[in-house]
Design a binder for this molecule. Structure first.
Ligand SMILES: NC(=O)C1=CN([C@@H]2O[C@H](COP(=O)(O)OP(=O)(O)OC[C@H]3O[C@@H](n4cnc5c(N)ncnc54)[C@H](O)[C@@H]3O)[C@@H](O)[C@H]2O)C=CC1
Ligand SMILES: O=C(O)[C@@H]1CCC=N1
Length: 279
């Protein structure tokens, strides 16, 4: 039995808890610490699991998962000082916070405490997430295995080095937002062509689902699948030409580059990040 304490019951904390319960994890093995009272009550009612303080949640937990905003992480780690944490007792800290290096936690935890850093994404709410996991200085293979099993319940898991996590954040951590943005734009475009909004939304959502399934299952690359839809001199070629003229490809290079750069500066002091706080 692994007792898991999730600190922060926001979108990601809830997605993790919900996915773990759906995958068969017992409610009695999970606990959430959530500081916003109305949210704490909502989570307790929705999932029937204990919602308590950080110190109480972490006391005796095997795995402590940090799922608060990066700007709140230091406060949580300070609260952990009041808890009798002991890495030798097989305890493990897992952080889902974007941008903050494992050293940020290791420096304030008992010496040698294992930390694993994860970049998940929100589709884990429906069991279709993807998480990249990276070991901190003191995390061993068995710790990575524990985290692999934990996140494996809510989607796919890949192991990377910590230095790759900023790029991962740009691709899959923020990735769902790009697809939602594309969906929004396509629905609006369908409406502008005279379709009812509900019809346009149905068409776009199922087109996304079907295309994703083909990408995952056909064994063909994105380039091959796109070419198969693009008849010579046809409608798709006309549309792709406009997308390329609009700078779609360059926009993605620039967007992911900006996300990676932002992830890399999130752990730096505020004055070094042009006044942007890590909220
Ligand atoms: N939203 C996303 O798509 C992704 C988010 N992340 C990371 O996950 C983390 C959480 O993000 P979200 O769930 O979107 O944020 P959120 O703001 O929805 O949730 C954070 C929750 O933590 C609670 N909280 C803050 N301080 C606390 C404390 N001291 N004790 C207990 N609870 C506390 C807040 O009341 C809030 O409910 C962030 O660090 C973010 O970088 C990572 C990948 C994707
Ligand atoms: O936007 C953010 O900072 C977080 C990290 C990845 C997705 N959302």
């Amino acid at each position: 039995m692994t007792r898991i304490a999730v600190i922060g019951g926001g979108r990601i904390g809830e997605a993790l808890i919900s996915g773990l319960l759906k995958s068969g994890r017992a409610a009695r093995d999970l606990v959430i610490a959530e500081s916003f009272p109305a949210r704490a009550e909502e989570l307790s009612e929705r999932f029937g699991i204990r919602v308590t303080t950080v110190a109480d949640a972490c006391e005796g937990a095997d795995v402590v998962v940090i799922a608060v905003k990066p700007g709140d992480v230091d406060g949580v780690v300070a609260e952990l000082a009041a808890v009798d944490l002991d890495g030798d007792r097989e305890q493990l800290l897992v952080t889902l916070a974007a941008g903050l290096p494992t050293t940020r936690y290791e420096n304030k935890l008992p010496a040698g405490f294992p930390v694993v850093r994860v970049m998940p994404n929100t589709p884990m709410l429906v069991g279709e997430g993807v998480s990249a996991i990276a070991a901190g200085r003191f995390a061993k293979a068995e710790h990575l295995e524990t985290v692999h099993e934990l996140l494996g319940a809510v989607g796919k898991v890949v192991t990377v080095t910590e230095s790759q996590l900023d790029a991962v954040t740009a691709v899959s951590g923020s990735g769902p937002a790009y697809f939602f943005l594309v969906a929004e734009a396509m629905i609006d475009a369908g409406v502008s062509l005279g379709l009812a909004r509900t019809t346009a939304a149905d068409l776009v959502v199922q087109t996304m689902i079907g295309s994703a399934a083909m990408l995952a299952e056909s064994g063909e690359s994105a380039t091959e699948l796109r070419a198969a839809v693009t008849s010579p001199g046809g409608t798709t070629a006309a549309a792709v030409r406009e997308l390329e003229r609009g700078g779609l490809r360059t926009a993605f290079y620039d967007a992911l580059s900006a996300a990676k750069a932002r992830s890399a500066t999130m752990g730096a002091p505020a004055e070094k990040t042009l006044g942007i706080s890590a909220e």
